[in-house]
Design a protein around this ligand. Sequence first.
Ligand SMILES: *Cc1c(COP(=O)(O)O)cnc(C)c1O
Length: 373
Amino acid sequence: MLLLIPGPVMTRPEVRAAAGVDIAPWDFDFLDIYATVRARLLKLAHGTGGTHTVLPLPGCGHFITEAAIRSFIPPGGRLLIPMTGSYSDRMVRLAREAGRDPVPLPIVQMEKAPPAVVAAALERDPTIMHVGLVQSETGSGIAHDIDAIGAAVHAAGRRMIVDAVSAFGALPLDMTAHPEIDAAVFTANKCLEGLPGIAYVIARIDRLEQCAGVAGSWSFDLSDIYTQVVSRGDGRPRFTPPAQIINALHTALDFLEQEGGPAARLVRYTANMRTLYDGMIQLGLTPFVQPDHQGPIIVNMCAPADPAWNLQHFVDALKRRGVLISNFYNTPKPGFRIGCIGAITPPEMAGAVATMDQALNDIGVKTRAGETP
Ligand SMILES: *Cc1c(COP(=O)(O)O)cnc(C)c1O
């Protein structure tokens, strides 16, 4: 089965095998892997030892995003969130339920947030201390130029929290070049091509120390995780870690290195996306996002304007032919979403396009163009 979802992604058999061993979390062999993975991630994010630290939190992407919001923004603190799509919506809710004050910044749907719009919003309202940016908006498929937004936030003297969950491992992130970033968060199971169950933050140590005690949650307090790292040494988890999943990530990072790092992975994902995006347009389908805003992670297509269109029927027909896609969409209007990430290559994407052609025929869809958003 070809899995084309934006996470958990297709993984290599070696990665899955690394999760199939019994491990004691306190065993020194594992503690060495635990520490090594943190160091490898620090390097991938261009962090600087002594300035940045990588901290693990068991669980999913929402958990680490909430942890970053709680740990760096005090209760009542204001967070400007460019409203890029369903993941910015989630950030708003995470902030609000944690008692922080999210300030949604409306932007053009299905487009990147323009840095000048972010800069203007910060200038208008000096009480906003942070910007919360979804680097790759998995809802729409757009991907931001983090350098341009970061520069605007830096110039305004504000801080930034980056949801890099569907970006890290492929799209660029240079923590050393961006001192305005307090924290960037990600998980093992997207562009890192590991398994779900562990999330990480790369964060500034000075800010962790300044913000000690503001989280209002023991489980989600990054400064507490950091304190543990310092007081008990690099290798000792706070609570039981998903040791098998971290072991699998260690193997996945070997493959990322062999591939040539995030820059090389971005080239492959971009080729995957191009094959899919152009191929589906050739099938007569209508994309949600225009080419100059389309990112390399996920492609959204509009629902065909044919009475025979039915997402679940389409998903079932594809599945019978060996391709698995999401049976839901995160766009404001109906459509379908296809991930371009994971252990997959352009020839497989070309095959998936041919399979979609067949599946549309299977369910009797003749008019493939959709209503543009
Ligand atoms: C996948 C994703 C998340 C987190 O999702 P979980 O289901 O909690 O792991 C957060 N932000 C973005 C942009 C994502 O793509």
